[in-house]
Design a protein around this ligand. Structure first.
Ligand code: MG
Ligand code: MG
Length: 259
């Protein structure tokens, strides 16, 4: 049984989403050739704590860092490290907060300097597929409608959707029901209700959809070593149109990154 959130709960989730969004914005300003992913993590950790929140990923099921930093062929759950970002890389930062007993969770794949045309297309298509998913997240629809919207859009460009990982409800727990796969069939899955809060997060590979788990038991890599992108936002299911709680405006408004 999936219960919609009360407006009071949604207000707290909105506060978390704002902190995550601002933190992604700060990380975006720092992404550049020569920067390490550990430096991005430190910056994010500081930003989250400056807002009175806790980085919820740190220690989550044993995860060792405040954020996930996934470079190039790493789909998700990369450990921040001394790896120095290179011109042409892409880096996904996935960021979570715990604040006033509720959670925030959003992710963005940044280009490092100039990336090649196919990689730029991968970023554009993955982000656009997230907005397609959000358009489908209306009261009365079903979870499969979101997955269908994401998958059909992504595959029309010849890219592929990772199926081993999915979006999720969010509230007092970072991961709540329902699971929100990035593939699916229209009219299938749990019904979406006004006030449900979910994270939609397409993970899209430039090559095939296959993935494997790193020997560190966390990082997920593409099987064919192609690049992978991941964009995530938190939304409230509403009648007519979902309400976005998190936003990429703090990243994109400063004109640094244009799509
Ligand atoms: Mg996330
Ligand atoms: Mg998530």
């Amino acid at each position: 049984m999936i219960k919609p959130k009360t407006e009071e709960e949604i207000a707290l989730l909105r506060e978390n989403a704002l902190i995550v969004s601002k933190t992604l914005g700060e990380v975006g300003k720092a992404v550049a050739p020569g920067v390490t992913t550990a430096e991005l993590c430190k910056l994010a950790d500081t930003c989250i704590r400056d807002h009175g929140a806790i980085p919820s990923f740190l220690g989550f099921e044993g995860f060792p860092a405040a954020i996930c930093a996934s470079v190039n062929d790493v789909v998700v759950h990369g450990f921040p490290s001394d790896y120095v970002l290179q011109e042409g890389d892409i880096v996904t930062t996935d960021i979570g907060t715990l604040y006033k007993g509720y959670n925030g969770d959003s992710a963005y794949t940044f280009p490092v300097g100039e990336v090649d045309a196919k990689t730029q297309k991968l970023l554009d298509v993955t982000k656009a597929s997230l907005y397609k998913g959000i358009e489908a997240a209306v009261a009365g629809a079903r979870v499969g409608d979101i997955g269908y919207a994401v998958q059909s859009y992504v595959e029309s460009f010849g890219f592929s959707v990772v199926r081993e990982l999915e979006g999720h409800g969010i509230g007092r727990e970072m991961h709540e029901n329902p699971g929100v796969p990035n593939y699916g069939r229209r009219g299938h899955g749990p019904r979406l209700m006004d006030g449900m809060v979910i994270c939609i997060e397409p993970m899209v590979n430039a090559g095939g959809r296959g993935v494997y788990l790193d020997k560190n038991q966390w990082a997920v890599h593409t099987a064919d070593r192609s690049n992978s992108a991941h964009f995530e936002l938190t939304v409230v299911v509403r009648k007519g149109h979902a309400e976005q709680l998190s936003t990429f405006d703090f990243i994109e408004k400063d004109g640094k990154i244009k799509f």
